[in-house]
Design a protein around this ligand. Structure first.
Ligand SMILES: NC(=O)c1ccc[n+]([C@@H]2O[C@H](COP(=O)([O-])OP(=O)(O)OC[C@H]3O[C@@H](n4cnc5c(N)ncnc54)[C@H](O)[C@@H]3O)[C@@H](O)[C@H]2O)c1
Length: 318
């Protein structure tokens, strides 16, 4: 008699990226079969190399702007360049990845009756006029700026998710991810935590944009991945959108000082003008995640920075 696997088959798009690779690890540890799909635009084989011998793991090179025909039970849609340097490199492709990628993955979910989670972003709030931002805030987004390909692409993807939910009764989940950091971040993509760490480890000047008083909140990657898994598996059919991040707020100056202290670096701070549309403050309100998912971050910035610094110290090429 033919044997069918009872293991959950989970597709992770963007699975060879920073967040995706940690999510693949977590899903394998949870006993799932994982199909990692990536076009390697910003992802890297080295991020998932340690998983290739695992028989429950499969890697497929594919661009989500094209339809995908596979059989799966759940889809985590993470494919999209996430840092300004990468998403502004080919802005048209960025919008295509968000919008056509969402359409293709939602179509796949519809055909296979899979549950599907969208990795949305705090950038849907744009340059917010209220702090911290609850999910009910509609945002303050410039539709024609240089960040718009990402912000508006992600907003349109959310629209598509909710329309597929209303129109086709799809089981969707939408998480709005705030700044997340950890091992396997790109070393040179302009994101502040990796920037500061790499500059400090090389003994280079640490670049602060503006006067360094703008604030960000930073969530450690394993906390984020845990929230995504809880969101996918919540039995109450809570679809979101839900903010996921760490509400602890730090100025860029505080972050730079912590990195210098933890690396023991002699780097100096240098100041450069703020890029256009750069938000002054960004802090998640995570009350909904606490209430609906019983989730809150557990890794303090200092602990997460130590692990991230260790990664950049020891990874050749990173
Ligand atoms: N890291 C954060 O702080 C953060 C914050 C908010 C939202 N997000 C979202 O989380 C997701 C993952 O972000 P990340 O930080 O891991 O970035 P990342 O760049 O490391 O990962 C994105 C992955 O998607 C792949 N990809 C890009 N375009 C693709 C395409 N057309 N087809 C197939 N694969 C494609 C890349 O090669 C890469 O592996 C993104 O959707 C991003 O918008 C991340």
């Amino acid at each position: 008699m033919k044997q069918y696997s009872l293991k959950k088959r989970v597709l992770v798009t963007g699975g060879a990226g920073f967040l995706g690779s940690h999510l693949c690890e977590r899903l394998l540890a949870d006993g799932c079969d994982v199909l990692c799909v990536d076009n390697f635009f910003t992802g890297a084989r080295r991020n998932i190399e340690h998983l290739l011998d695992n028989r429950a793991f499969e890697l497929m090179r594919h661009d989500v702007t094209f339809p995908l025909y596979v059989e799966v039970d759940e889809i985590y849609n993470l494919a999209c360049p996430a840092s300004p340097i990468h998403y502004q490199f080919d802005p048209v492709q960025t919008t295509k990845t968000s919008v056509m990628g969402a359409i293709n993955m939602l179509g796949l979910a519809k055909r296979t009756k899979a549950k599907i989670l969208q990795a949305s972003t705090s950038e849907v709030y744009g340059d917010p006029t209220i702090h911290p931002q609850p999910e009910s805030y509609w945002g303050n987004v410039n539709p024609i700026g240089t960040r718009s390909c990402y912000d508006e692409g992600k907003r349109c993807a959310e629209t598509l998710f909710f329309d597929y939910h209303r129109q086709h009764n799809l089981a969707i989940r939408v998480v709005r991810i705030f700044n997340t950091y950890g091992p396997r971040m790109h070393p040179n993509d302009g994101r502040v935590v990796s920037n500061f760490i790499v500059q400090a480890l090389r003994g280079n000047d640490i670049t602060i944009y503006g006067d360094g008083t703008q604030t960000r909140s930073f969530c450690y990657v394993t906390d984020l991945v845990d929230a995504m898994a809880r969101m996918m598996n919540n039995g109450a059919n809570f679809v979101g959108p839900v903010n996921i991040g760490n509400p602890g707020e730090f100025t860029m100056l505080q972050l730079a000082e912590s990195v210098i202290r933890l690396t023991g670096s002699k780097s100096k701070l240098v100041f450069q003008p703020l890029p256009s549309d750069d938000p002054k403050q960004r802090q998640p309100n995570i009350e909904l995640a606490r209430a609906k998912l019983g989730w809150q971050p557990t890794i303090a910035l200092e602990e997460g920075l130590k692990k991230t610094i260790e990664y950049f110290r020891t990874s050749p090429g990173a």
